[in-house]
Design a protein around this ligand. Structure first.
Ligand SMILES: *Cc1c(COP(=O)(O)O)cnc(C)c1O
Length: 431
């Protein structure tokens, strides 16, 4: 498989180079030159395959020999070695729980796959890679966890001091080994700016081999279609499901759309947004108007200019009516988010976190307008990761899951730095 840049000013590259580059030199996003088509045989048999087998078959055409089959299979096994249960919440709505991985968010899937691919590509070389990643919470821990102990790779995470949840901070700062957490006395935007500047700095790049691990990397994006297949494996209803995805940068939903373009059968998609609703407005007006992000309860979706929007346009070859035919979108307020968490907990004894609640309510709105249909919402994080808002909504404390209990005993280790690029540079050069 070769990948082109959505800006079309960069050469075509293979899987390896696209993964290592992250973003194309012309600042476009890589996109597969052709989309694999699933065979009739696959459609007949995929329900009976194991998760690693299924993942391997789906991803193999995208990697096309750049990782030997046996290694690729191992990577797939390690990527999906936790559960992806489809839980029925009520008559019409199911929750696909994507939070059973090590950092309790769906980003584990993409981060685990990408980290192992980069680990494979750097194995045996004596080149040492430093991964720089800015995080507003979930990305940093998923990436760090994915790279923990990977040979020849160091991870430096920048997170905004006091602006991530307690659980998120513990997950970021207690890993040790090849992971370092920089606690930036500023905002997430400051962290992102510092990282961007680092990639542009000649001196840093001549002395260190810097790589990004952000969500636009194809090795993070493409494997996210795996769990749409896992959902369909567990779907026993006659009619195809509507799938509702809580969306921020639109990597997750675009992965589902990619699977659908390959032949995964889904009736309809819903992009559930919080008050950051440029995509909802786009479907209403056909005009795409990026905006500044506003803060909401579902902070991982506080994005005013979704980076994967260009991939969505590629998937549909810019055909607006086709986009609107397959995708609906709703924008949900914080009040509705909190109300949904409380309502679903009372009525169905099911605990949502804010991102999942946005998706749940958007799906409810769609089903109300389209009676008789049934749907799946993606629950992208564990409620405990957003414990403050969840507890406020249900007016109860929630239990810390077993897998997190050890965190309270671990000591936070971070390096406090000012939100200044020069401080970051000095730190990186002094390591
Ligand atoms: C990152 C994230 C999202 C948004 O996913 P995108 O791929 O950026 O659309 C939704 N929910 C949670 C919990 C996240 O961490």
């Amino acid at each position: 498989m070769r990948y082109f840049s959505t800006q079309r000013q960069s050469p075509l590259v293979g899987f390896r180079e696209a993964t290592i580059n992250g973003q194309a030199p012309d600042k476009g996003l890589y996109f597969p030159e052709s989309i694999p088509v699933l065979t009739g045989e696959f459609q007949k048999t995929f329900r009976n395959k194991s998760r690693p087998e299924l993942a391997y078959e789906v991803i193999r055409p995208y990697v096309s020999g750049e990782i030997p089959d046996a290694d690729l299979f191992t990577i797939c096994e390690e990527t999906v070695n936790f559960d992806f249960p489809l839980v029925r919440v009520n008559q019409d709505i199911w929750s696909l729980e994507l939070y059973h991985g090590p950092t309790l968010a769906f980003k584990d899937v993409g981060a685990r796959f990408m980290s192992r691919c980069l680990g494979y590509f750097s194995k045996g070389s004596n080149k040492h890679i430093t991964i720089l990643v800015a995080t507003s919470g979930d990305t940093g821990s998923a990436v760090a966890n994915g790279f923990l102990g990977v040979e020849n790779v160091d991870v430096v995470i920048l997170y905004p001091s006091g602006k991530v949840s307690k659980v998120q901070e513990k997950m970021l700062t207690t890993l040790g080994k090849n992971i370092t957490a920089l606690e930036v006395q500023g905002t997430f935007d400051d962290c992102q700016k510092m990282v961007k500047q680092a990639f542009l700095d000649n001196e840093l790049n001549s002395k260190l081999s810097l790589t990004s691990a952000n969500s636009i990397n194809i090795a993070r994006w493409i494997p996210q279609q795996f769990y749409y297949f896992f959902a369909l494996q567990q779907w026993k209803e006659e009619a195809l499901p509507v799938i509702c995805v809580p969306s921020g940068n639109f990597g997750n939903i675009c992965a589902g759309l990619l699977g659908n373009a390959s032949g995964l059968q889904v009736q309809h998609f819903i992009a559930a947004c919080n008050q950051n609703k440029v995509f909802t407005d786009y479907l209403d007006t056909s005009v795409y108007q990026p905006a500044d992000a506003v803060e909401t309860y579902s902070n991982a979706m506080d994005v005013g200019n979704p980076s994967n929007f260009v991939r969505l346009l590629e998937l549909f070859e810019n055909d607006f009516p086709a986009i609107r035919n397959l995708i609906s979108s709703y924008s949900i307020s914080d009040g509705e988010t909190s109300d949904t968490i409380s309502r679903v907990f009372k009525k169905d004894s099911y605990l949502l976190e804010p991102h999942g609640a946005v998706a749940y309510h958007a799906l409810e709105m769609y089903l109300e307008k389209n009676p008789g249909k049934k749907g799946i919402m993606l629950e992208t994080a564990h409620p405990v990761k957003f414990g403050d808002i969840v507890e406020k909504s249900i007016r109860k404390t929630i239990e810390i899951p077993e897998s997190l209990r050890h965190l309270s005993e671990l000591k936070k280790e971070s390096i406090l730095i000012k939100p200044e690029f020069l401080d970051l540079k000095e730190y990186l050069l002094s390591r």
